[in-house]
Ligand binder design. Structure first.
Ligand code: NAD
Length: 674
């Protein structure tokens, strides 16, 4: 019976067949074509000789199944190929659903996408109730929607509202929540998991289905108003021109309901979506994320970090480390400087943890430590004090003397060259930059900065630390503004210039969000704080030869600092800008977009030429994860590639003629191959 590469089959003394998924070439189960081939054979054997029941389980520690093999998506060249893949999975899952015996998915760890679709084809689902189990259908994040019959089965299993909530957001849920939704029949502790599987298959309780009122929402008269409401909800987050998949999914359901006809329509819809630029670019971003994660693959045996400077950044870095399960010492000039950070940490903990014992344990992990007594126990020491060279040098002189000899010494500086800080160290090679972004809890990227002297092993360990606290580490060279601030700055300055020329702020922001940026540059500047923007601008302007617009300086001098002072370029009510309606401006939107975006792209080319970042893909990754640069465009350089490098360069030349040399194409364009 065991002639499979990716599966192991066992029959227990009750006549139940346990199918253990164990992908031979990967440490996570994925439904590649080879796996589907074998699963077809497994199912054929079960059809020929039906057992008392079937448990589908995973032998991998990582989880049940991470979904379809996304690498195979990139090899799909035409619609027929895509359609064949979907139809094949449909047929296979339908056979599983129609087996003569009951079937059960035993779920632990990741159960995502195609993996959950497989589980939904089983009669029952039992999920392990621990911190790691996550169930979800994140396909929209790749520009498609569930394509293995999951959309229909999820609606049938938990009702349309909850199903759309999961499928349109792509979010995942833990075992208990899955049980509450009806997605899992039970959420149980590890020691009863196998026993629970056996019992359910023996007793064969009726399959779960949503209550009558929920099923009624699937009826023809009620679908159109609910679909219209769903479209309005999605519109608030995703423009249909950029992200067609959620709208396609809502439409499928509006037309067919969770009927058998929706299966066929689902397959066709995914076959169409999978080849769109949006899907290809989002898949690209998925692999960029994997690549960047790879930089942090080293040993991650960290238990304690120490942060010096409990301000905006230091306080939040310590809080984040605590939430990620590390102990964090937090030091400042005196206890009074720690209070605000301790309170912020408590709020983050309450948001992240819902069980009382977890909250208490997490609070205990934050160690307010005004005297720095914890320094010798920390494996990583992060300095986040004011941006002054002498202060940082004084801090590191003391830290080097007290920290463990093997501890990482890291600075969160945004602009001071690492070499200057390292000059006071006995072993300058120990110093590395860990440049976090504000707000720490929301921004996934951390630039791992190597100075002239930084030991490569130290940089690698810093990247492993960033991974350990669930951040994406991007290796960069110590150069003014590193990658992200440097490339974002020309974009922000151009926005202020447009303002000075009389283009209304909402028109500028609208042009940027229409391009696909998560927030317009004017609102972004207000959110970051105009004083911080000005400081970065002044610092970088020198190095990059840029001009700081007078309007920015005037605002800061007038104390209009943005969200934090309730007025910057906009006025604010809480955190919400009071935007006048964006009417037509003096410039066409396309011109505004080119002025904003192409200055950013041009700076990316300069960064690449100077080898601040290793290659073009990593520039794109940094900008997508560090600034939210329109992910469906695949990153700024990829955007330029798709538009045509030569065409973008010509456009920059035209802009330079019209507006001045700040648009002059960087010499690095010469090196880019179409
Ligand atoms: P902040 O002014 O909010 O905090 C600085 C903290 O350092 C204050 O609490 C201050 O009391 C403390 N401090 C000053 N001297 C000290 C000393 N000798 N010992 C111990 N603590 C001392 O500043 P911030 O915005 O958190 O920035 C800190 C660092 O992070 C800077 O290097 C900055 O460039 C960098 N950074 C800031 C941002 C941002 O958006 N604010 C983003 C990335 C990096």
């Amino acid at each position: 019976m065991n002639s499979y590469r990716h599966f192991r089959l066992e029959t227990d003394d009750q006549g139940l067949v346990w199918i253990w998924m164990d992908h031979a070439d990967s440490n996570a189960n994925v439904l590649s074509s080879a796996v589907l081939d074998e699963l077809e054979r497994v199912v054929a054997a079960l059809e020929a000789d039906p057992p008392a029941g079937v448990v589908i389980a995973s032998a991998k520690a990582s989880g049940f199944c991470a979904g379809a093999d996304i690498r195979e998506f990139t090899r799909i060249t035409n619609r027929d190929q895509a359609l064949a893949l979907m139809r094949r999975a449909h047929a296979l899952f339908r056979r599983i659903e129609s087996l003569a015996c009951p079937t059960l998915a035993r779920i632990h760890g990741f159960c995502l996408g195609g993996g959950l679709e497989l589980a939904l084809a089983c009669s029952y689902r039992i999920a392990l109730d621990d911190d790691r189990t996550r169930l979800g259908l994140p396909e929209v994040r790749l520009g498609i929607h569930p394509g293995f019959g999951g959309s229909v089965r999820l609606i049938r299993t938990i009702g349309a509202p909850a199903a759309f909530d999961l499928m349109l957001s792509g979010r995942t849920v833990a075992a208990r929540q899955a049980r509450r939704l009806g997605l899992a029949d039970h959420a149980v502790a590890e020691w009863v998991l196998d026993r629970a599987c056996r019992q359910v298959l023996q007793r064969r309780p009726p399959r779960r289905c949503p209550p009558l009122w929920l099923r009624a929402l699937d009826s023809a008269p009620l679908r159109p108003p609910l679909a219209a409401w769903l479209r309005r909800q999605v519109r608030r987050h995703a423009d249909p021109r950029h992200y067609p998949a959620p709208y396609a999914l809502i439409d499928l359901w509006r037309r067919h309901g969770a009927s058998d006809a929706m299966f066929a329509a689902e397959a066709k819809s995914v076959a169409d979506l999978i080849r769109t630029d949006t899907a290809r670019n989002l898949v690209r971003v998925f692999f960029l994320r994997e690549r960047i994660k790879g930089f942090g693959r080293g040993d991650a045996d960290f238990t304690q970090v120490h942060v010096v400077g409990a301000g905006t950044m230091g306080g939040d870095i310590a809080a984040w480390a605590v939430v990620q399960g590390l102990k964090a010492g937090l030091q400042d000039r005196g206890p009074q400087y720690l209070t605000a950070a301790v309170q912020r940490t408590a709020r983050l903990i309450d948001k992240r943890f819902h069980r009382c014992h977890q909250r208490i344990a997490a609070r205990d992990r934050l160690l307010p430590d005004p005297k720095g007594l914890e320094v010798p126990r920390a494996e990583v020491v992060i300095e986040a004090v004011v941006e002054k060279l002498e202060t940082k040098q004084a801090v590191f002189r003391e830290l080097e003397a007290r920290a463990d000899a093997g501890a990482l010494l890291a600075t969160n500086t945004s602009s001071i060259p690492l070499e200057g800080i390292a000059a006071v160290l006995e072993r300058p090679g120990r110093l590395v930059g860990l440049h976090f972004f504000n707000p720490v809890a929301k921004m996934p990227l951390v630039e791992v900065v190597s100075g002239r002297d930084t030991d490569p092993a130290v940089a690698a360990r810093a990247a492993a630390f960033a991974r350990r606290i669930d951040k994406l580490p991007l290796p960069v060279k110590s150069a003014p503004g590193f990658l992200v601030n440097r490339c974002l700055l020309p974009y922000l300055l151009e926005a202020v210039r447009l303002l000075e020329e009389g283009v209304p702020a909402p028109v500028i922001d609208r042009a940027a969000t229409d391009f696909g940026m998560p927030m317009g540059p004017i609102e972004l500047a207000d959110t970051v704080g105009l004083d911080i923007c000005l400081a970065v601008a002044e610092e970088l302007a020198q190095a990059l030869g840029a001009e700081v617009p007078a309007l920015l300086r005037r605002k800061v001098e007038a104390g209009k600092l943005g969200v934090k002072s309730a007025e910057g370029f906009y006025r604010y009510k809480g955190r919400t800008p009071l935007k006048p309606k964006a009417g037509a401006g003096p410039l066409p939107a396309a011109e505004i977009q080119d002025r904003l975006i192409l200055r950013l792209v041009n700076e990316c080319v300069a960064v690449l030429r100077e080898q601040v970042v290793e290659d073009a893909d990593l520039v794109d990754a940094g900008m997508v994860f560090g600034t939210g640069f329109a992910p469906f465009r695949g990153g700024p350089l990829h955007y330029a590639r798709q538009r045509g490098f030569a065409a973008v360069r010509r456009r920059l030349e035209a802009l330079a003629e019209k507006y001045g040399p700040r648009f002059a194409p960087d010499p690095g364009w010469e090196l880019l191959q179409e």
